[in-house]
Design a protein around this ligand. Structure first.
Ligand SMILES: *Cc1c(COP(=O)(O)O)cnc(C)c1O
Length: 417
């Protein structure tokens, strides 16, 4: 097989429009409903609440603004310690800090790459005042929800469920976004369905939905003039954006099926390589397969280090590294990406507590300085930095053809030659 670069770039995950989107946007335009009020907003709130079976959905400007209002709903206050998924996009945890809370990072597990229930239990022991857990479902794979819910109930803690990446994924037949006291989804341009932007707050509490809706529209009181008793935000979704999402919603299952086929094609293609795909619990959960990821076996890792800004690697026969593979993918005019760099390794959060199974993982300053994951004994310091060190996200765009995917698979194979 010749590895000729693709004429058109193959993206990690890009928007896929179907036609209905334009119809709803045009309808908004022609009737002058070009604001943060309108039928598209009402309709997508109804459709999403029905899909997730959560009772109430509040359409907001972004997933991040939904997470911010979620922190307010569960009552995060300045100085509060909040137990957070460590290996995730920064938008999961930034809203904790918006409210003055202190993110305490909880290490990941190898079975779903999400928050480790054992480390979470440890985190409650070390930080007994914590009353909120922020839980993300990475790359569309549900976390160990039963275990995490049981631990949170035992400690009387709320769950804010960041289902931004996992819309449409389910755990024991229940949609993600419904498990938390407050749930969040995102319609950002690279998510499984998109409005170009947008997000939603999901809640079974009608009172919470009302409060979030009020805060999102500048917290106006019921008076003839602009009367304010609370801090307000301009976080409501536009009816134009909602039109795009309204057109996209019927294609959620189709996109999931396409992403699943991509995941399975990679899995089959890599079966003779010393790698594995991002795992999930096939008994309990159905992921939405948003991104296909690959993890290189520890003993098949070629030398690979990451500084603050630049990676460095060496090729070795039979071995490879994420940067070597990402370079090979980029050479094909395709887009891959490193795994989300864990929050405890981020300079901005270097002073925050971090809890692993073994105990408090903080003071491992080499994890921060070198961006690496091994201690002096050569063993990984924590699960998150190990997955970051050995993993990568593969091109997962649902418009990628099987032929293109085969070329990508071949390029990855040659990295291990
Ligand atoms: C995309 C994403 C968000 C933020 O959503 P936006 O709509 O982009 O603000 C939050 N958390 C995770 C895990 C995400 O991937």
């Amino acid at each position: 097989m010749s590895l000729v670069p693709f004429e058109e770039k193959v993206w990690l995950s890009s928007p896929t429009m179907h036609g209905d989107e334009l119809r709803y946007v045009t309808e908004a335009y022609e009737t002058n409903w070009m604001s943060t009020v309108g039928e598209n907003i009402n309709e997508i709130e109804r459709l999403v609440a029905a899909k997730v079976d959560c009772g109430n959905a509040v359409a907001l400007a972004t997933g991040t603004s939904a997470l911010h209002l979620a922190m307010k709903l569960v009552g995060v206050k300045p100085g509060d310690e909040v137990l957070c998924t460590d290996m995730t996009f920064s938008a999961t945890v930034n809203p904790v800090a918006y409210e003055g809370g202190i993110p305490v990072f909880v290490d990941s597990e190898y079975e779903t790459w999400n928050m480790d229930p054992v480390a979470l239990e440890k985190a409650f022991e070390l930080h007994p005042s914590a009353k909120v857990v922020v839980l993300a479902h990475l790359y569309g794979t549900p976390a160990k929800l039963d275990e995490i819910r049981a631990i949170c109930d035992a400690h009387g803690a709320y769950i804010v469920e960041d289902a931004a990446e996992s819309f449409g994924a389910s755990y024991k037949g229940v949609q993600t976004g419904r498990f938390g006291d407050t749930g969040v989804i995102s319609f950002n341009g690279n998510k499984i369905i998109t409005g170009s932007a947008g997000g939603m707050l999901l809640t079974q509490s009608e009172a919470d939905a009302k409060r979030a809706r009020k805060w999102s529209t500048q917290s106006r009181e019921n008076a003839p003039w602009y009367q304010h008793e609370e801090l307000g935000y301009n976080y409501r979704m536009s009816n134009v954006i909602a039109g795009v999402i309204r057109g996209q919603l019927p294609y959620l299952e189709e996109h999931i099926a396409q992403k699943r086929a991509i995941y399975e094609r990679y899995k089959e293609g890599f079966k003779d390589l010393p790698v594995s795909m991002n795992p999930f619990d096939s008994e309990a959960s159905v992921p939405n397969y948003w991104l296909s990821c690959l993890l290189i076996d520890s003993d098949a890792m070629a030398p690979h280090v990451r500084g603050e800004q630049e990676p460095l690697y060496k090729s070795e026969p039979g071995k490879s590294s994420p940067t070597e593979i990402l370079d090979a993918i980029a050479t094909l005019n395709a887009e891959g990406r490193p795994i989300w760099k864990p929050m405890h390794m981020q300079p901005i959060f270097r002073m925050n507590p971090f809890v692993t199974r073994e105990g408090d993982g903080r003071c491992l300053t080499n994890a921060y300085i070198a961006g690496g994951s091994v201690g002096q004994d050569g063993k990984p310091l924590d699960v998150g930095s190990d997955i970051f060190q050995r993993g990568l996200c593969l091109p997962s765009d649902n418009k990628m053809t099987p032929q293109q995917q085969d070329v990508i698979i071949e390029a990855v194979k040659r990295c291990f030659a």
